[in-house]
Design a protein around this ligand. Structure first.
Ligand SMILES: Nc1ncnc2c1ncn2[C@@H]1O[C@H](COP(=O)(O)OP(=O)(O)O)[C@@H](O)[C@H]1O
Ligand SMILES: [Mg+2]
Length: 281
């Protein structure tokens, strides 16, 4: 069980210089085991800066980051352990693959955690399974893999640390639709089986709608909207004011006058057929 929270988190880059920039400006939220939280917002809104605080990589200019109620920047707090409890998958993580085989790359995290050989082996096998990597892919050099395979290898490297929280910065960006869906389903399967807390940064409204249960909308460093996913996507006009759209299926069903807010194509198909059936009666 893990709970991560921020309170009035502010991060200013290069304070006092001509390049001063407040990238995160008073963000408060709580994320706990079993939740999948989405963070959406345009490029430059502060998403990547925010999430780098959650495992202690960046220090707040002011405000707090707490894990299980403890301030992770308080004196004496052991932040070393946090790197494995809170797994951070960076944007384009495939650039961080470096070892001669995928297997060794995945083993890097558990090895750094001082796991013994048997435990490392177990974790690599388990992580590879979650990330859908085959035996042949494990033996391959990371540089021989396709884009989708590299992304899954990088994900497996973080999963091998068996994090209680998984923070993902655009995990599906740049992938084809099939790889995209696959990696999202892999992440969800991991979350479900381990009861991890997930924070998903994404540009894809479709992914956020389909896979999260709460959402924050970030703009100019602030959370301008925050709530349960279905409730947020029902506020179409407000999202538009922030320059954001809703999934196509949500928009079509709203325009057709379906009841409630539809989040996925499956829900849309049902809502539309129910409505048409109603018309026929
Ligand atoms: N290392 C840095 N130094 C100075 N400014 C930065 C740095 N990283 C990001 N920024 C600025 O902070 C703002 C937020 O960036 P970022 O957190 O990357 O947003 P997002 O992930 O939403 O695109 C942007 O204006 C960006 O230019
Ligand atoms: Mg970013």
């Amino acid at each position: 069980m893990i709970t991560i929270s921020t309170e009035n988190l502010i991060h200013t880059y290069s304070p006092g210089s001509p390049f001063e920039k407040t990238a995160v400006d008073g963000v408060s939220f709580t994320l706990t085991s079993g939740e999948v939280m989405g963070v959406i917002g345009h490029t430059g809104s502060g998403k990547s800066t925010l999430i780098r605080h959650l495992n202690g990589l960046l220090k707040p200019t002011s405000g707090t980051v707490k894990v299980d109620g403890e301030d992770i920047f308080a004196k004496g707090y052991k932040r070393g352990k946090l790197r494995s409890r809170v797994g951070l998958v960076f944007q384009y993580p495939e650039y961080q693959l470096f070892d001669e085989t995928v297997e060794k790359d995945i083993a890097f995290g558990p090895r750094n955690m001082d796991c013994d050989d048997e435990e490392i082996k177990r974790r690599v096998v388990k992580a590879a399974e979650f990330a859908g990597l085959t035996e042949a892919e494990l033996k391959a050099s990371p540089f021989e893999l396709s884009g989708g395979q590299k992304r899954r290898a990088a994900l497996a490297g973080v999963l091998a640390m068996e994090p209680e929280a998984l923070i993902l910065d655009e995990p599906a960006a740049g992938l084809d639709p099939v790889s995209r869906r696959r990696i999202m389903l892999d992440i969800l399967a991991f979350a479900k089986e381990t009861n991890a807390a997930i924070l998903l940064v994404s540009h894809s409204m479709e992914d956020i709608a389909a896979y999260t249960n709460k959402v924050a909308v970030m703009r100019d460093g602030k959370f301008v909207m925050q709530g349960e996913t279905r409730e947020i996507f029902s506020r179409v006009g407000e999202l538009a004011e922030h320059g954001l759209s809703v999934p196509q299926v949500t928009r079509i069903c709203t325009e057709c006058g379906c009841e409630g807010t539809v989040l996925t194509v499956e829900e849309g198909a049902k809502a539309l057929s129910d409505m048409l059936r109603g018309c026929a009666e």
